[in-house]
Design a protein around this ligand. Structure first.
Ligand SMILES: [Zn+2]
Ligand SMILES: [Zn+2]
Length: 315
């Protein structure tokens, strides 16, 4: 039970504590406006594209998959978790794909994600799910980081990521690369190839596509920490969620992934709902991906028996 403050406890004594407590709730209004404008433009794009034929849809989906792989196969499984190794051509391809996604550069994305894994579901977790679904989904990008994220985040070593010249190149030229690959090319390719109007292409294959891919990624931090079963570790909130696996190219096997973050497949089920694993396996066939890390079956089984919730597969 918290002690009651006595008459001799002036309010001023509480001010620094209050300030400290609420510091992490500060809203970053610039980001709120950016997301408001983006979603308004995306909604306009959605209305515009509804009665259109297949061309913007097909191009939008293909371009979205490329950007998704830049996050899942690139920033997440390759650079952040080092779950496999990649030769230079593949690393360059994934870096380009990652620019299309425009979700912070590879170094920053990987740093936030390593902090998420190490301090998951605490104040030091950048998108701590205990602060609500919306906060874990996208609210965290509209708030100043909790002091614990900065303080404890310093203990997470990310120097290895910057040793890759491909990552350093992207970090150095990130703004022009993003302007070119996230906004200019997906607008102008439809204009050049089938004579689309510039504003139509900008709002649909440019903005709408970008916003949809953002939400697909964010679902991993929100929905896959909220809904689903926990066959490997029932003591954490990360869950197996087949819907997220579908929308996030295989990243919905999140209970497994938090239990075994070094597995290149983020799942024990191979290609099942896992386009990213298909892509990495295909790249391995071409000799571009190698040293793919997996978890032995007996280790998975022991973990399942020791800490799992008794369910067998994802639901
Ligand atoms: Zn997670
Ligand atoms: Zn991860």
């Amino acid at each position: 039970m918290a002690p009651k403050s006595g008459n001799n406890s002036p309010d001023t004594l509480n001010v620094p504590q209050k300030r400290e407590k609420h510091r992490h709730l500060e809203i970053v209004w610039t980001n709120v406006w950016i997301f408001t404008v983006l979603h308004t433009a995306a909604f306009a794009g959605f209305i515009l594209v509804l009665n259109r034929t297949w061309r913007p849809w097909v191009f939008g989906v293909v371009y979205s998959y490329c950007s998704g792989l830049g996050v899942t196969a690139g920033a997440h499984r390759l650079w952040c978790h080092r779950a496999y190794k990649a030769k230079l051509p593949l690393r360059i391809l994934l870096m380009v794909f990652n620019c299309i996604a425009c979700q912070n550069d590879i170094y920053e994305w990987s740093r936030d994600h390593r902090v998420h894994h190490k301090f998951t579901e605490t104040d030091a977790d950048p998108h701590n799910v205990n602060r609500g679904f919306f906060f874990a989904h996208m609210g965290w990008l509209m708030h100043k980081k909790h002091p614990d994220v900065r303080e404890k985040g310093k203990t997470v070593d990310c120097s290895d990521i910057l040793q890759d010249p491909v990552v350093r190149f992207q970090k150095r030229f990130y703004i022009p690369l993003v302007l070119l690959l996230t906004f200019y090319l997906p607008t102008m390719i439809p204009v050049w190839v089938w004579g689309e109007k510039v504003w139509f292409a900008f709002l649909t294959t440019g903005i709408l596509r970008y916003v949809i891919t953002l939400h697909c990624t964010w679902l991993v931090n929100s929905a896959a920490h909220y809904w689903g079963n926990r066959p490997y570790n029932r003591f954490m909130d990360a869950r197996e969620n087949k819907h997220v696996a579908w929308w996030a190219l295989g990243e919905g096997f999140h209970n497994y992934h938090h239990a075994f973050p070094y597995d290149y497949s983020t799942s024990e089920y191979g290609w099942k709902l896992n386009i990213t694993t298909m892509f990495i396996d295909f790249m391995a066939k071409l000799g571009q991906a190698y040293d793919l890390k997996t978890v032995p079956n007996d280790v998975i089984e022991k973990t399942r028996q020791k800490t799992g919730d008794g369910t067998l597969t994802f639901q």
